[in-house]
Design a protein around this ligand. Structure first.
Ligand SMILES: Nc1nc2c(c(=O)[nH]1)N[C@@H](CN(C=O)c1ccc(C(=O)N[C@@H](CCC(=O)O)C(=O)O)cc1)CN2
Ligand code: GAR
Length: 233
């Protein structure tokens, strides 16, 4: 039996999308992800997602940027930039120790710099990210609120979520899964956000399966010459 593919999940908060992945891997929801979650790395010690991971017996690591900024004055831009680079280098090292087949950013709220992206790319490990807006819309943080406000102003007629490949340019990677949500008149932001999260939980599982299938396709093992000779007999 081939060993299961390994997913490493990056989080920063509640982890409801991580929970969607955990439930799918465990076969508690459909479609089922045919892989294991090797580890969860959180950028915050306070992330409830850490509890979700521990409840599922998944190894957890906290990789806290603030620890890298300790003793560096806020106005010392040079040292903070250096500290941020070290944060990314160290994050890549921690991730690579698990040798994942896929990295999923499930509410990871920090920009991943080339110091992280390059070593990961060198190993050919794909990274995907969940973003609560449509391609090209509201890159960055607070996208749910920004989309809802634009909808309320009539500037856009729909919002949605996407799972995209992670590249250096934030939220500009190729979309893998897109779920559109029509804005509803008089809908509160809380009600819109609830629809967004529901869509996220579906999209992140679908996109993870798609990305893992791409990994499997790349790993197509050609039959050995002996097998071919046998099959010719
Ligand atoms: N290089 C990339 N890094 C990340 C991507 C990406 O596509 N390319 N996606 C993001 C996730 N994300 C939106 O989906 C996102 C998260 C956070 C930020 C951001 O501006 N973070 C600030 C801190 C914000 C704050 O806490 O106030 C920062 O990193 O300094 C932008 C986009 C994950 N990373
Ligand atoms: N730009 C990234 C971003 O805004 N990500 C958002 O963080 C939340 C994580 O929720 P969760 O911790 O419950 O999975 C999700 O709403 C996700 O779209």
């Amino acid at each position: 039996m081939a060993p299961k593919l390994q997913i490493l999940v990056l989080i920063s908060g509640s982890g409801s999308n991580l929970q969607a992945l955990i439930d799918s891997v465990a076969g508690k929801s459909s479609p089922q992800i045919d892989a294991e979650i090797a580890a969860v790395i959180s950028s915050s010690t306070a992330a409830y997602g850490l509890t979700r991971a521990k409840n599922a017996d998944i190894p957890t690591i906290v990789h806290d940027l603030q620890q890298y900024y300790e003793d560096i004055p806020k106005d010392d831009k040079v040292r903070r930039r250096e500290a941020r680079k070290t944060f990314n280098v160290d994050l890549a090292e921690k991730v690579l120790k698990f040798d994942p087949d896929l990295i999923v950013c499930a509410g990871w709220m920090l920009i991943l710099s080339p110091s992280f992206l390059h070593p990961i790319s060198e190993k050919g490990i794909p990274i995907i990210n969940l973003h609560p807006a449509l391609p090209g819309q509201f890159d960055g943080i607070n996208a749910i609120e920004r989309a809802w406000q634009a909808g309320q102003r009539g500037e856009i007629t729909k919002g949605g979520v996407m799972i995209h490949r992670v590249i250096k340019e934030v939220d500009r990677g190729e979309p893998l899964v897109v779920k559109e949500l029509e804005f509803r008149k008089e809908e509160t932001i809380d009600d819109y956000e609830e629809r967004v999260h529901t869509a996220e939980h579906i999209a992140i599982v679908e996109a993870t399966i798609l990305a893992l299938n791409e990994v499997k396709e790349k790993r197509v093992v050609l039959p050995s010459v002996e097998n071919l000779q046998l099959s010719d007999q």
